[in-house]
Design a protein around this ligand. Structure first.
Ligand code: IVH
Length: 741
């Protein structure tokens, strides 16, 4: 274990990045692996499990690709990403039917962002397969030999070179002049970064040499040296700007600037190591072409070597690993390539990577330390994220004092307890993680961690959603007190005033944030009491920066004009999970008023052992066309939280929701309760229900005194009888059509 007194790293501690970002991604369904299912070896997965996991993994990987390639802000370590990708590929290898045209295994990276012009790569920019052990290197060499039918003593030479942790770039030279520079993008199409690349000192604008072909795409890695990265971050800090998490992000962020003068001010470098389209090549080996690159004026990596066996490759791997800390730039492994280009051509590609090359990755860096506490952070969307507070320890040259624990299940699975000695890991980048507990060192009396069921920021209930289809709980526990939770407040207020919600002119996201910071608005109802409070206030709005008499008055008028708002907008504005505009409309078409919705939510009993199907109120809500268990559960949980009911009540004192503007208001069945019974011949039961609801009717499953109309088809039995006894009007299906036109 490394003692806390270790010399602090000159680099900024990793904790400058907020671990909560990781689970915000998880909250969107991008990062939280389903620990239970993923514990099953691929060989043990059923076809259905494989299909479900394949889909989930694809979404998760795509989310990480976007974070990494488009936002330059990865949220998991490379090692974890590689693990996800491996599992995905293993699943596809065992269940090839899952391999559709848009399989991720055929793609590299993420589609280019909209910021830059697009460049189609004439020869795709591919990725590399990874391996992690000496045995896998032997397997790679054996595979290549087998493929080439080199089963005798044929000489097979490989190159080895550091795998630079930067971003790859393709530089097209036409008649020796730099014509286009492009990022990798999704491998097929990248971003045009020519203007920015021209500012990089070690990339020649013109290349020279007798063997320079007419056209050649020189490819390689743009990176930032460690010392330059630190200096840049110091400048960022001095200017009050956000710090970059690591040199790779700094390089990517610097290259993908709209203003080339910013790129020019950033110390970027480039190593040339590959090529794309070329009208001819200056040599017939990998080594020879890279030597030519050096002659033409490119920087090439001085640690490139040749090797004739797996054992030699592994020896070079260890030599580079040994040198790693002194290189002055980040590398994350060693790349091996078949040296002869004719053999490379014969070997070709398999999905997204060449058969003739492989990346031998370094293991993630780890250290032992003590878990001092588990802090629960609440994200902007209410996700509760456990963060390990650690005795500071140096891992791979960076001081780590907190690490993500992902979620409740991960804590339980690893049985992480406060006081434990834990192994922390950081893999070249992003958020450190707690890998495992050293159980032998557990202090006496350490108890299993109880994940809170109340939000630490506001005290509201925090719940885990259950997927009604699988019956499985969501990995993330969420605070239900969105409307009072300080961690979520700004986000909720922003939503509240957004265009499709209350849409108050002059009160946009920025103003809401400022009002929150100034202590003027802490809950939606405060918006409507702002004018009155302002009149009594010592620090009037009109005297604050950016405001004047007219703008303040205009704002108050705009607010006043929204005291009447359509009820579906009102419900949408509450920001109930899963209740977007459409679901708000569906709910309010059925319930009509906020009070009725609240009453229904409080009456509803969700399915449980005692009520396997839930009670009548639950069935009524889930029976609304388009409203399933997930939405209903969110509505019930929202209103079950007393804090939310208080906010709604306060708001209803200020605002009068108006009935929805609906086509239905003129329909003859608007507001009526209709029951369909017997067999319908012109429409299915679902269609009938949807139609009635569209027309503003409520559809009930049973006849009662509240029923206005029964539509009876042939074979109608007890419901029809009951309607007759109660004197409810009964019509046929044809009469229904005649009635509603
Ligand atoms: S060769 C067709 N050599 O690693 C294969 N790639 O994981 C072309 N990388 O996209 C790649 N150092 O961004 C190659 N010495 C090196 C590399 C290297 C870093 C990156 C490159 C590539 C990624 C694949």
């Amino acid at each position: 274990m490394t003692a806390p007194s270790d010399p602090p790293s000159p680099r900024k501690p990793r904790s400058t990045r907020k671990p909560k970002a990781a689970t915000e991604v998880a909250a969107d369904g991008a990062a939280a692996p389903d620990a239970a299912a993923r514990d099953i070896a691929v060989a043990g997965l059923s076809a259905a499990q494989a299909k479900a996991e394949h889909g989930a993994l694809a979404a998760e990987i795509a989310g990480h690709d976007r974070a990494y390639y488009q936002k330059d802000a990865p949220v998991i370590s490379d090692a974890d990403y590689d693990a996800l990708r491996r599992r995905y590929e293993e699943i596809e290898a065992r269940f090839p039917k899952l391999k559709g045209a848009d399989s991720l295994s055929e793609k590299v990276g993420a589609a280019p962002s909209e910021k830059f012009g697009k460049v189609i790569h004439q020869v795709p920019m591919l990725s590399l397969a990874n391996c992690f052990s000496d045995t896998e290197v032997e397997e790679f060499v054996a595979r290549v030999r087998r493929f080439l039918a080199f089963d005798g003593g044929e000489e097979l030479v490989f190159t080895s070179e550091p795998k630079i942790d930067g971003l790859s770039c393709s530089l097209r030279y036409v008649e020796s002049q730099l014509a286009v520079a492009a990022t990798r993008g999704d491998g097929a199409e990248g971003e045009d970064v020519t203007a920015n690349v021209r500012t990089i000192a070690c990339i020649p604008n013109e290349i020279s040499g007798a063997d320079v072909p007419d056209i050649i795409d020189v490819r390689g890695e743009i990176y930032m040296a460690g010392a330059d990265f630190e200096a840049l971050n110091e400048r960022q800090a001095a200017a009050g700007k956000p710090l970059f998490a690591n040199p790779r992000n700094a390089a990517a962020g610097s290259l993908r600037q709209l203003d080339p003068s910013i790129t020019a001010s950033r110390p970027l470098k480039f190593f040339a190591y590959a090529w794309g389209e070329a009208s001819s090549l200056p040599a017939d080996t990998q080594f020879g072409v890279v030597e030519a690159f050096a002659r033409w004026g490119f920087a090439t990596n001085p640690h490139m070597r040749m090797a004739a066996s797996a054992a030699e490759l592994v020896a070079q791997y260890h030599a580079i690993e040994e040198e790693r800390a002194r290189l002055g730039y980040d590398i994350d492994g060693v790349v091996y390539k078949v040296n002869r280009i004719d053999l490379q051509r014969r070997l070709g590609f398999i999905s997204r990577s060449p058969r003739w090359a492989i990346a031998h990755k370094f293991p993630a860096e780890q250290a032992f330390t003590q878990l001092e506490d588990i802090e629960i952070q609440v994200g902007r969307t209410g996700a509760l994220t456990p963060v390990a507070k650690l005795t500071p320890v140096t891992v791979g040259g960076v001081v780590v004092s907190s690490a993500t624990l992902h979620n409740e299940d991960e804590i339980a699975r690893k049985d992480v307890r406060i006081g434990d000695t834990v192994v922390v890991q950081r893999a070249g980048d992003v958020i450190p993680q707690v890998v495992r507990v050293v159980e032998e060192k557990r202090p006496a009396g350490a108890v299993p961690f109880q994940f809170p069921h109340l939000c630490p920021a506001c005290g509201s209930h925090a719940v885990r959603e259950v997927d009604p289809k699988t019956g499985k709980e969501d990995a993330v526990r969420r605070c239900t007190g969105g409307l009072i939770c300080p961690a979520q407040m700004v986000e909720r207020l922003r939503h509240f005033v957004s265009r499709n919600a209350f849409d108050i002119e002059g009160l946009g996201e920025k103003q809401v944030e400022a009002f929150y910071d100034w202590g003027l608005i802490a809950s939606p109802a405060d918006i409507f009491t702002l004018e009155e409070r302002n009149a009594r206030s010592l620090q009037r709005l009109e005297n604050r920066e950016g405001w004047g008499k007219t703008s303040a008055q205009n704002l108050f008028s705009a607010i006043a004009s929204r005291r009447n708002v359509a009820v579906d907008r009102f419900v949408f504005a509450l920001g109930i999970r899963h209740v977007g505009e459409t679901n708000a409309k569906r709910l309010m078409r059925h319930y009509g008023t906020v009070e009725a919705l609240e009453e229904a939510a409080l009456a509803a009993v969700m399915p449980s052992d005692t009520h396997p199907k839930g009670n009548e109120a639950w069935l009524e809500m889930t029976g609304i066309d388009g409203i399933g268990g997930v939405v209903a559960e969110a509505v019930v949980e929202f209103f079950e939280e007393p804090n939310n009911r208080e906010v709604v009540a306060a708001l209803l004192k200020e605002v009068t929701p108006e009935p929805m503007e609906q086509v239905a208001s003129e329909s003859p069945v608007a507001g009526k309760t209709v029951v369909f019974t017997g067999s319908l011949e012109k429409m299915t039961r679902e269609e009938a229900k949807a139609m009635a609801e569209r027309l503003g009717a409520k559809v009930a499953g049973s006849v009662s005194a509240k029923t206005d109309l029964v539509v009876a088809g042939p074979g109608a039995g007890s419901k029809l009888e009951k309607a007759r006894t109660l004197g409810v009007s009964v019509i046929t299906e044809d009469e229904w059509f005649a009635l509603v036109g």
